[in-house]
Ligand binder design. Sequence first.
Ligand SMILES: [Zn+2]
Length: 313
Amino acid sequence: MQRLYISVCLIAILVGSGCDPKKQPGATAGDKIRVVTMIGMITDVVKNVGGPRVEVTGMVEPGVDPHFYNPTPKDVQRLGSAHIIFYNGLYLEAKMGDILAKMSEDTPTVAVTDAVDRSLLLKSAEYDGLYDPHLWFDVKLWMQTVEKVRDALSEYDADNTALYRSNAERYLTKLMELNEYVKSQVERVPSQQRVLVTAHDCFNYFGEAYGFEVRGLQGISTASEVSIADVQELATFIAERRISAMFVESSVSSRSLEAVKAAVKSKGFDVRIGGVLFTDAMGNEGTPEGTYIGMIRYNIDTIVHALIEKSGL
Ligand SMILES: [Zn+2]
């Protein structure tokens, strides 16, 4: 869908007209804290840590690609009335840079990845000096964003620090269990079959953390065009390594992977589409995949199931 591009001037007008006295630092007891987030994975962290104290609105909806996301006028208004804004950072929300900078002038605007030690981040293969933003695929690394959200909420609403602390602790325990679950599922795949082929290169943290070789048709952003040479190169890799399955992403078109499938077939090998993975967006609200934990579990179950099935049958 074509989204309306909002200029910085328009942002200033819209935001400036909605001057809200509640936005001054420090929360009023009883009032819910209005939080606006970007991707669903962050929305979920805030819901878990903030509990009933927060009212969270996620801007990037299920199935929508955050790399391309432009704010709508409604988004701008939501941002204007937020008490706190959380976003991923590391240029994931590449087109939101101007508006987030503008918002940060009078609203706490927090990149949840800010607290993560830069030595733990993976460098972008495409963009010099930038990091790969997809760190939610390493559950242990993503746990650090929970601490960042806990601290930011505590700073804004100091009276409820104990609540945020205990909520965060409970959620972190669940994430620790999730990390163990992913590791135990990976163990089921013979090591030579631990290769993950997807539409765009978003599983580098997953590969690093859980011992998978990862290959994306596109780079770490979906913004680049797929060339015939990219399709051929990936097809050759799949045919030579006899990789049985590759995976479609819920927020990226599957068309280019269909082209890879055809190119692999012309090399005399068959690769299946092993399923749809949730990568840069979670599933619909109310479904298991509509939570971070459910999404990660679904992904690893889908990957393991497809890779340990016999090829071509
Ligand atoms: Zn991505």
